[in-house]
Write a protein that binds this ligand. Structure first.
Ligand code: SAH
Length: 216
């Protein structure tokens, strides 16, 4: 999702009280930043923030950090958050590859990946947010019992992600290839922008929840 480069987006990002700057300085300090002891959930590639903010409204006792690499997209989420003013939401403009510089061991209760970029070429596999390289990073920051939830309409990416989770020794908690037809798993499902668009176009939505195996 690359929007045209909106003039002034860098300035708007720099000035927003909801955007965390110097995010590496936050490592280990997220609960202090939110001013409570609630769990911290991360969405990587939150786009315009519809899912993140709906979750945050539904669970005011939890904290939510949205990560997005493009300023022009982040700006849309900032605009939404400026209207909503949700105290339990913060946003970061960053490349997710560096996530372990920003979150301490066991600092995240869970990670959401929604309609992540497919990177279809084999040589780009390690850039996929569900690659074993990324799972290794998540393993470091997820607390015991914490999970990764992944939704996509891209079956090739979904198959890849199942294989990567298995290869990395993660446990598959649940899995569906047609979320909206699964009464149990779709209960309480919050649609993302992409999910609305792709399901309206007739694409079934795949969803999995996985969790790292406990350390021995
Ligand atoms: N989650 C939203 C948007 C999906 S598009 C939805 O479901 O509607 C994927 C988004 O992830 C894009 O906005 C893209 O810029 C962002 N993204 C992809 N790879 C990323 C990475 N490595 N680090 C941070 N953001 C990333």
């Amino acid at each position: 999702m690359r929007l045209r480069n909106i003039r002034g987006s860098r300035e708007a990002i720099a000035e927003s009280p909801f955007v965390v700057h110097g995010e590496t300085g936050q490592k280990g300090n997220w609960k202090a930043l939110f001013g409570n002891d609630g769990p911290v959930y991360i969405e990587i590639g939150m786009g315009k923030g519809q899912f993140l903010m709906a979750q945050a409204k539904l669970h005011p006792d939890r904290n939510y950090v949205g990560i997005e690499k493009y300023s022009s997209v982040l700006l849309r989420a900032i605009e939404k958050q400026q209207q909503e003013q949700l105290p339990n939401v913060r946003l970061i403009r960053m490349e997710a590859e560096y996530i372990t510089d920003v979150f301490e061991k066991k600092e995240a209760a869970g990670i959401y990946l929604n309609f992540s970029d497919p990177w279809p070429k084999d040589r780009h596999a390690k850039r996929r947010l569900t690659s074993r390289q990324f799972l290794k990073r998540y393993e470091q920051i997820i607390e015991p019992g914490g999970i990764v939830q992944f939704k996509t309409d891209n079956t090739a990416l979904f198959d890849f992600s199942l294989e990567e989770a298995k290869a990395a020794g993660w446990e598959l908690l649940c899995c569906t290839r047609d979320l909206h037809k699964d009464r149990t798993l779709s209960a309480g499902n919050i649609m993302t922008e992409y999910e609305e668009r792709f399901s309206a176009a007739g694409n079934p939505i795949c969803m999995m929840r996985i969790k790292p195996r406990p350390e021995m």
